[in-house]
Design a protein around this ligand. Structure first.
Ligand code: PXP
Length: 237
């Protein structure tokens, strides 16, 4: 049964839109956990457009489930991760002008740097996951550079405009998950998952955890965060 990591970046997005103190991502993490979330995920971006360093440090204090820090592989982020010690770091590509993470990491291109980062993070006790497209060659490379986990990018599955395309993209996620399991690499998945499209992904037996943000927070605006998390949990489980 898949676990649910709730990404609370968009709580901080609302706060930062007014440079205010509310809504507070710390309160959001507490509510998400009380609603049954299995983990809390945040992306500390280099431009600090939503989550701030102080949020991350406070989250480390209060999160009782598991803290998953999404970040790029730059030196500055590495140092922050080593000092904050989240349970998991998910390495993601990051472009300054993107609205959200646009695709998976290109492991072939960055294998040496990523292998070094993985080794440093793992030797300090942090589990490392690599956000990649559901592409078999990327899965093989993740294994080769000794990542403990991959997070499969579900964006193309979510964006598929026809049933045929959606089935094709779902199959790519399935095949990538199967290969990862065979190589003994743990599998998470996420991006653009919502209340309508999550069930087939959650049903893939190799997937341990789904990281979902935007749709949960969007629904929370109308029904409250506790209810929004519970509804997603019911679909994921
Ligand atoms: N996983 C990763 C690696 C991400 O970068 C994001 C977006 O921050 C998510 C999952 C969550 O995506 P969404 O907000 O579309 O649910």
């Amino acid at each position: 049964m898949a676990k649910l990591g709730v990404n609370i970046d968009h709580i901080a997005n609302i706060r930062e839109a007014r440079k205010a103190i509310h809504p507070d991502p710390i309160a959001a993490a507490l509510i998400a956990e009380m609603a049954g979330a299995d983990g809390i995920t945040v992306h500390l971006r280099q431009d600090r457009r939503h989550i701030q360093d102080k949020d991350l440090r406070l989250l480390r204090e209060i999160v009782k489930t598991r803290l998953n820090l999404e970040m790029c592989a730059e030196e500055e982020m590495l140092e922050i991760a080593l000092s904050v010690q989240p349970e998991m770091v998910t390495l993601v590509p990051e472009k300054p002008d993107e609205v959200t993470t646009e695709g998976g990491l290109d492991l072939m291109q960055h294998k040496d740097l990523l292998a070094e980062r993985i080794q440093i993070l793992q030797s300090s006790g942090i589990t490392v996951s690599l956000f990649i497209d559901p592409d078999l060659s990327q899965v093989k490379m993740a294994h080769k550079i000794k990542a403990g986990y991959i997070e499969l990018h579900t964006g193309l599955y979510a964006a598929a405009g026809t049933t045929e395309k959606r089935t094709e993209e779902l199959d790519r996620v399935r095949q990538a998950a199967k290969l990862a399991q065979k190589l003994q690499v743990g599998v998470n998945a996420g991006h653009d998952l919502n209340y309508r499209n999550v069930a087939p992904i959650a049903a893939i037996e190799q997937i341990e955890e789904l990281n979902i943000g935007h749709n949960i927070i969007a629904r929370a605006v109308f029904v409250g965060l506790e209810q929004a998390v519970k509804e997603m949990l019911a679909l994921v489980k």
